[in-house]
Design a protein around this ligand. Sequence first.
Ligand code: 8DG
Ligand code: MG
Ligand code: MG
Length: 147
Amino acid sequence: SKFASPSPKVGVAVFLLKGNSVLLGRRRSSIGHNTFALPGGHLEFGESFEQCASREVKEETGLDIEQVELLTVTNNVFSHEAKPVHMVVIFMRAVLADPDQVPQLLEPEKCYGWDWYNWNNLPEPLFGPFETMVRSGFDPFPAHQNN
Ligand code: 8DG
Ligand code: MG
Ligand code: MG
C-alpha cells in the first residue's frame, strides 16, 4: 500500500522505589496527557533494558539509579489515539544510588513535575497501562520478609 504500516515499539518504564513510595510525573504528551506515569522511554538500538532504564531516568530526572531489575512486560495498544501506537513495555524496578538525591524536571516539555507518591495513596488519574497494572494487584516492591 502507499502507507507504511506502523510497527510495535519497545518502551522501558521504571518503578523507582524509595521506602513505600514510587516516583511519578504528570505527563505532558499526547498519549496520556495529564496522567501520572513512571519515568521511561523508548529502547534505543543496542541497549540493554537496564541501560535504557538508567538513561531514561537520568535524562528525565537527573537521578542515578542502581539495583536495576526486570519485573514484567505488558503489551499496550493505544488504538484510540489520532496516531495509533503499539508499545511493548518492559517494567523495571530500581532504587536511588544516593538516597538524598532530589528529582529535577529536566524535560519540562514532556512532564509537569516529578514527586514521590506512597504506593497506598497514589495520585489520580494514573496513566492507562499503569492503572491497569495497579488495579490488577501488581506490586513492584520486593517480597516482604515474614520473620
Ligand atoms: P524518548 O523519546 O525519551 O525515548 O521517549 P519518551 O518521550 O520518554 O517516551 P514515553 O512516552 O515516556 O514512553 C514511551 C512509551 O511507553 C509511551 O508512549 C507509552 C509507553 N508507556 C506505557 N506505560 C508507561 C509508563 O508507565 N511510563 C512511561 N514513561 N511510558 C509508558 O505503556
Ligand atoms: Mg524519555
Ligand atoms: Mg518518558
